[in-house]
Write a protein that binds this ligand. Structure first.
Ligand SMILES: NC(=O)c1ccc[n+]([C@@H]2O[C@H](COP(=O)([O-])OP(=O)(O)OC[C@H]3O[C@@H](n4cnc5c(N)ncnc54)[C@H](OP(=O)(O)O)[C@@H]3O)[C@@H](O)[C@H]2O)c1
Length: 366
């Protein structure tokens, strides 16, 4: 048996990951978080022994010993926000000889995981950060289409979510940079953008339709210019299903931009609660796009648009795909590199989408 501990296993994405792993043969699944009662509700719902729900604090000292005592082979860390975290959970996993996968969307956090490479290689474990829509799926899409370009100039991608709002940690991660400056590469120059500003409308394929999007500070903005050195533009935008909801956050971000407030982070919890109440009145459809532009193999301008479209509020399963696909590989004993790395080049689009087959999620290939 391969023991997998999901920290944040009863959180919004953690619980969805646990649903998939509970059905995986050869897995002993442990569901962790600071509230043992909530962990045990999920173990019961998934038909696991109550003792597989455990109280664990990701910030505790002696975490490595705890992993050893629990006999953990692999840790999946979903307890964000990651933007202000250090690598304590990853370091503890390495010390305990366990593999480590996280869902981080913090730009510095994901790129910086490489600093653990020597430790992880020496211990012979697999450590990766950003095992989620970004950068795992986004980079897999770019990799898939790269051979259709003699020169890839720009990668513009984004996500328009459906009604079901993600967990508080995800909202806190995004709200932390709303209105604040960050760097992104546009036309070969590093320029300053601001979180949730740069308002635009994106026409997703039906049934999603037009969505308002704002600029986001994500790991891909650093990772893609490194991975695809010809690229002169990398942007990422995201938006809520509700246009009024999107505009409320946009207006609050403007207040940060002009210096009237320092952060909209305190709004994360109340707006999270409000978005839950409004769910029945908002579209249950969402989508992701990756637009690539450059020069084709025939020397002519080439533009490709890839989409993923989700209905029936199944979109929230998409960010879970990478952790599930990697866990499957670890359990099967498939070859994965030893060392610590951002989650790029580890999964194909097919690996990723194979975890989403049972859902109302459809790819519209370029
Ligand atoms: N890269 C991407 O594309 C992408 C996409 C989506 C989401 N994400 C990331 O996924 C993460 C999870 O999001 P979510 O929406 O599932 O959040 P969530 O619903 O708030 O879940 C967070 C979970 O972590 C637990 N937790 C928090 N602090 C903890 C601690 N110190 N020790 C142990 N457990 C702790 C929480 O339970 P307790 O508070 O009871 O302990 C909760 O179960 C976010 O940080 C987000 O950045 C990444």
């Amino acid at each position: 048996m391969h023991t997998i501990l999901v920290i944040g296993g009863y959180g919004f994405f953690g619980e969805r990951i646990c649903e998939a792993l509970a059905r995986l043969e050869g897995v002993r699944l442990l569901i962790g978080g600071r509230d043992i009662a909530r962990a045990r509700i999920v173990t019961t719902r998934l038909g696991l022994e109550p003792s597989h729900g455990i109280a664990i604090d990701a910030r505790a000292t002696e975490l490595a010993q705890r992993f050893r005592d629990l006999g953990v082979d692999s840790v999946i860390h979903t307890a964000g926000p990651f933007q202000r975290q250090d690598y304590a959970v990853a370091r503890a996993s390495i010390a305990a000889g366990a593999n480590y996968i996280d869902l981080a969307d913090g730009r510095d956090f994901v790129a910086g995981i490489e600093q653990l490479n020597a430790e992880a290689s020496e211990r012979g474990v697999f450590v990766t950060s950003g095992a989620s829509s970004l950068p795992a799926l986004s980079s897999a899409v770019v990799d898939r289409y790269l051979s259709r370009f003699s020169r890839l100039d720009s990668i513009r991608h984004g996500i328009g979510s459906g009604a079901r709002s993600p967990g508080l940690a995800t909202m806190q991660g995004v709200f932390g940079y709303c209105g604040k400056p960050f760097r992104r590469l546009v036309d070969g120059h590093w320029q300053t953008a601001r979180g949730w500003l740069d308002l635009r409308r994106y026409p997703f394929p039906e049934p999603v339709g037009n969505r308002l999007l704002g600029s986001c500070d994500v790991p891909d903005l650093d990772l893609f210019p490194r991975r695809y050195p010809d690229v002169r533009t990398v942007t990422f935008h995201a938006g809520f299903a509700s246009a009024p909801g999107h505009l409320v956050v946009w207006m609050a971000s403007q207040l940060v931009r002009v210096g009237l407030i320092s952060s909209i982070l305190p709004l994360a919890a109340p707006l999270h609660a409000i978005s839950r109440w409004l769910e029945p009145f908002v579209s249950d459809k969402g989508g992701m796009f990756v637009s690539l532009e450059g020069v084709g193999l025939d020397g002519k301008p080439q533009k490709l648009d890839w989409h993923l479209v989700a209905a029936r509020n199944h979109g929230p399963y998409i960010p879970c795909g990478a952790a599930i696909a990697l866990a499957r590989k670890l359990v099967r004993g498939d070859s994965l590199p030893r060392g610590a790395m951002p989650c790029v080049g580890l999964l194909t689009v097919e690996d990723y989408l194979a975890t989403l087959q049972e859902f109302d999620i459809h790819e519209v290939p370029a």
